[in-house]
Write a protein that binds this ligand. Structure first.
Ligand code: IPE
Ligand code: IPE
Ligand code: MG
Length: 247
């Protein structure tokens, strides 16, 4: 059963992650070039940030560009980089006003100096905000994240600061790229594909997965509410046995 009413506050996920997929297919269905789909996708991003804030979501993580997306044609990669720059440049004022704190997660050293500078400026401009935490994943891969964590821990061992026996799950989690932020409660993937595509591999161990056929540029408040309502009906067990509720 699907419902478009927003669930009660206690059933709203603290952390929502989204694999924003289907821009290309959205454009193709309209006989437009792929970049038209990516541009329309930016509108969806704006809409969903606002809607999540209004519904009481505390952390929103958006997968914008994966480590593997460099494999796309050079013209598309170039266009995505330019779009990232112009959208960030244009939207940062809105984020400041909306009390949204922005963080970019991923290996940003691969980006142009101009884009890296804008990323740092935008993060700084919103650093004091205490509303929604918006994490945009750019040149991110779950395997990259775990690898850089392993490298960091190995360096500590080599420097004599850490004993291998001290490496437990907490240490590994603490070395990951956005340590300290609660794991996602709900992962939404648009456009029908049912896979993780190297998004947060470690952090999604107990995340509820939600797949929708809706293409990312069509993902609106109603589609978000359907995902939230579906999440509210789930029973999370984390390996435990949960006694049935009294009738
Ligand atoms: C998601 O849409 C955007 C990025 C991965 C950058 P796609 O570009 O993957 O759209 P489809 O999957 O080809 O429709
Ligand atoms: C996942 O989408 C990455 C992002 C949404 C940024 P892709 O379109 O790259 O994933 P695959 O290739 O279909 O798995
Ligand atoms: Mg895709």
């Amino acid at each position: 059963m699907s419902s478009s009413t927003t669930p009660p506050e206690e059933k709203i996920p603290y952390h929502v992650a989204i694999i924003m997929d289907g821009n290309g297919r959205w454009a193709q269905a309209r006989g437009k070039p792929r970049h038209a789909g990516h541009r329309a996708g930016v509108e969806s991003v704006r809409r969903v940030i606002e809607a999540c804030g209004n519904r009481g979501v505390r952390v929103l993580s958006l997968f914008a560009f994966s480590s593997e997306n460099w494999r796309r044609p050079e013209t598309e990669v170039k266009m995505l980089m330019e779009l990232f720059f112009t959208a960030l440049n244009r939207e940062v004022r809105r984020l400041v006003k909306g009390n949204v704190r922005l963080r970019i997660i991923g290996d940003i050293a691969a980006f142009s100096d101009k884009l890296q500078n804008l990323i740092r400026e935008s993060e700084r401009a919103t650093a004091a905000n205490d509303g929604l935490l918006l994490q945009v994943f750019a040149n991110y891969g779950g395997r990259w994240d775990i690898t850089q964590a392993a490298r960091g821990l190995a360096a500590q061992v080599q420097a004599g600061m850490l004993d291998p026996d001290q490496i437990d799950e907490e240490r590994v989690a603490g070395a990951l790229s956005f340590a300290g932020v609660a794991d996602p409660d709900l992962l939404i993937r648009t456009a029908g594909e049912q896979r993780i595509s190297n998004f947060m591999l470690w952090q999604c161990a107990y995340t509820e997965l939600y797949f929708t056929e809706v293409l990312w540029p069509d993902f609106d408040e109603g589609a978000l509410d359907e995902a939230l309502a579906d999440y509210a009906r789930r029973q999370r067990r984390f390996g435990r046995v949960v006694e049935p509720e009294d009738p």
